[in-house]
Design a protein around this ligand. Structure first.
Ligand code: UD1
Length: 342
């Protein structure tokens, strides 16, 4: 059975390719390499022993995408990661985000309808909930107005998929990720942000290795036990596995509705300070950090109620925050060693 993974060389995509291969699926990746490198294919091959099929392709290039589908007639499912994901950048380049994240989504769904392809998994985000009224947050919680064009593309993306599912014979699942962190325990694939990392854990590992001088902790005056903001950090390998079970649910017709949504987190909140302290302890390193003011747009606390995913998908996060921080650090050290080596 062949699965198409768009954006399959990215952080979550590459880990999902590994889990698909581990379960015996044949994978074809398309990626425009805008935020990934071809070395990722080597990393995947080192882990699974199989080099996935890959085509460099930008989903905005419609003719090439049509040609791709014409040449790949045996695709059973699509996991769609390809999208831009930098919140700040999206504020400055909204049209790029709407074009890149939504036009391409519409085009893929059109291709699926034309070709009677049925099974579609979408990367959504807990950002659709905005600031939660109740914690932990369930899938029934209201979707709040988006704080950034990026967040809006996830909300609108979900709506497009929902409406499309009603009109066409397509089954879809949107997975609302909480905060993906970590790396493959082998150290062969992981997160590789371009430029200065915006997310916490890559900033932590880059500070620990000396690329960044100091981590800034954005705010310690939140209404949380230690004053720093709380998130639900999920190991990327656990997150990757959720895609495989979600896809199998659709392929085996075990879905209850044509369009379903699941929270994908651990169900546990950790504060920024807890992340910093856990990182220092598990890796036995000291981190240079200071407390600064809050970052605009950050919610004080959010973590997932994951009972629906557990019940319906039979999926539950198994790895801990410590596992993720240990693996993120191993990956950071590996890539820096490799660079020095070159
Ligand atoms: C952000 C986005 C979310 C997106 C996700 C993945 C917002 C509001 N949310 O999540 O939509 O899906 O990234 O790209 O932008 N922190 C520091 N210092 C740092 C970096 C982060 O203290 O240098 C803190 C933040 O204030 C936050 C926590 O660490 O409390 C996690 O931040 P981050 O990793 O950026 O993720 P989110 O903001 O939760």
């Amino acid at each position: 059975m062949k699965v198409l993974v768009t954006g399959g060389l990215g952080f979550i995509g590459s880990h999902t390719v590994v889990e698909l291969q581990n379960k015996g699926y044949e994978v074809v990746i398309i990626d425009n390499l805008s935020n990934a490198t071809l070395n990722v294919l080597d990393g995947i091959e080192k882990i699974t022993g199989i080099r996935p099929e890959f085509e460099k392709l930008d989903l905005r290039d419609k003719e090439k995408v049509i040609d791709f589908f014409n040449r790949h007639k045996n695709i059973e499912g699509i996991i769609h990661f390809a999208a831009s994901k930098a919140v700040n950048e999206s504020v400055n380049k909204p049209l790029l985000y709407y074009e890149n994240n939504l036009n391409t989504l519409i085009f893929i769904l059109q291709q699926m309808a034309e070709r009677s392809l049925q099974n579609f998994i979408f990367s959504s985000s807990c950002t659709v909930y905005g600031e939660p009224d109740e914690l932990p947050i369930t899938e029934q919680a209201p979707v709040k107005p988006a704080l950034s064009p990026y967040g809006n593309t996830k909300q609108i993306g979900e709506e497009i998929i929902r409406d499309n599912t009603k009109a066409h014979n397509i089954k879809s699942i949107a997975l609302r990720y909480f905060n993906p962190i970590g790396a493959h325990p082998s150290g062969y694939i992981g997160e590789l942000p371009r430029g200065v990392p915006q997310n916490l854990v890559p900033f932590v590992t880059q500070t620990a290795i000396g690329i960044r001088e100091q981590l800034q902790i954005f705010g310690n005056d939140y209404d949380t036990p230690d004053g720093t903001a709380i998130r639900d950090y999920i190991h990327v390998v656990d997150l990757a596995k959720s895609h495989v079970v979600a896809l199998e649910r659709l392929m085996n017709n075990n879905n209850k509705k044509a369009y379903e949504v699941f929270n994908i987190g651990t169900g546990q909140g950790s504060s920024v300070m807890e992340v910093v302290k856990s990182f220092e302890k598990i890796n036995n390193v000291k981190l240079n950090y200071k407390i600064v003011g809050r970052r605009e747009g950050d919610v004080p606390a959010i973590w997932a109620d994951t009972s629906l995913a557990e019940k319906e998908l039979g999926w539950k996060a198994e790895l801990t925050l410590d596992d993720a921080l240990r693996d993120a650090w191993k990956w950071e050290k590996n890539i820096r060693d490799a660079k020095n080596f070159k």
